[in-house]
Design a protein around this ligand. Structure first.
Ligand code: CP
Length: 301
């Protein structure tokens, strides 16, 4: 696998994360118009699962960096004739693509890609990892609090099927935050510290809500969409009991009225749309790194 690939938050050191976040911030200020010296290079985006934010923010980032972004239509490709993922991607490498952005339902799909010579950026693998979502989450928290060390983050909802939960657990613990989990016990994971949501809310700096991932089979006996909000969601009452400095986050897509009251999606302390804005900045930083460029203040290749 190419050394500049980004597959899992477990592959990044503290310094790597600091550099990516620092570059992302610079892309929002003095480096807003910066383009890669490799401008014009082809990048392939392969989304085997549905996506709006990740797919189109990667595309926006690629275009802003001067790259040629190409969506590979999975439905019309030879994947449907039984071609392996590796053979499909190796074909794109031979066609001159310089990097691949991939979302796939199979966890660790990259285990079969060892012989690829171009970097792979993981845009989500099943319930495994979602590194660029995690990085934009970290950027949003850093902008809010100045530091991630010592933050108290509560992640609530469908933890079992969530790649966002696992990536954030890895990164937040590495960076010195306290991270706990809440929601239906049926959706807990071994090794994840579980808390009562109502007890955790007044102490949290960040309340991160997650969607029920029905596409991965998530379902609860006796709890339908209509009763989930009161039982496990962010209601107006729970929002009112948050610290005045605390923020609400959600990777989205949001199922309004299920895991979060619809009026809270754009509440004063919600950073949900800010997270989406940050998605382009972080993905620009990750693509720059994939092409072999070091952090802006340091240098190159
Ligand atoms: N947060 C996220 O990954 O959203 P999409 O599925 O729309 O990309």
């Amino acid at each position: 696998m190419h050394k500049n690939s980004l597959l899992s938050m477990k592959d990044l050191s503290k310094d790597d994360i600091v550099h990516i976040l620092s570059d992302a911030l610079l892309f929002d200020s003095c480096y807003a118009d910066w383009q890669l010296p490799d401008a014009g290079s082809l990048v392939a985006n392969l989304f085997f699962e549905a996506s709006t934010r990740t797919h189109y923010s990667f595309e926006s980032a690629e275009l802003q960096l001067g790259l040629k972004a190409v969506d590979i239509a999975i439905a019309g490709s030879s994947v449907g004739k039984g071609e392996s993922l590796y053979d499909t991607l190796k074909t794109l490498e031979m066609h001159g693509y310089k990097a691949l952005v991939i979302r796939h339902s199979r966890e660790r799909y990259w285990d079969e890609l060892e012989n690829l010579k171009i970097p792979v950026l993981n845009a989500g693998d099943g319930a495994g990892d979602h590194p660029t979502q995690c990085l934009l989450d970290l950027l949003t928290m850093q902008q809010e609090f100045g530091t991630l060390a010592g933050l108290n983050v509560v992640i609530c909802g469908d933890i079992l099927h969530s790649r966002v939960a696992s990536s954030n657990k890895t990164a937040l613990e590495l960076l010195g935050s306290k991270v706990t989990f809440a929601g239906p016990k049926e959706w807990s994971r071994e090794g994840y510290e579980w808390v009562d949501f109502d007890e955790a809310i007044p102490e949290a700096d960040v309340v991160m809500m997650l969607r029920i991932q029905k596409e991965r089979g998530a379902a609860l006996d006796g709890v339908g969409d209509d009763s989930y909000l009161e039982a496990y969601g962010l209601t107006k009452d729970r929002y009112a009991r948050m610290k005045k400095t605390a923020i609400v986050m959600h990777p989205a897509p949001v199922n309004r009225g299920i895991e979060i009251d619809t009026d809270l999606v754009e509440a004063e302390r919600s950073r949900i749309f800010k997270q989406m804005y940050n998605g382009v900045l972080v993905r620009k930083a990750v693509i720059k790194r994939a092409f072999g460029y070091g952090p802006f203040e340091g240098e190159n290749r």
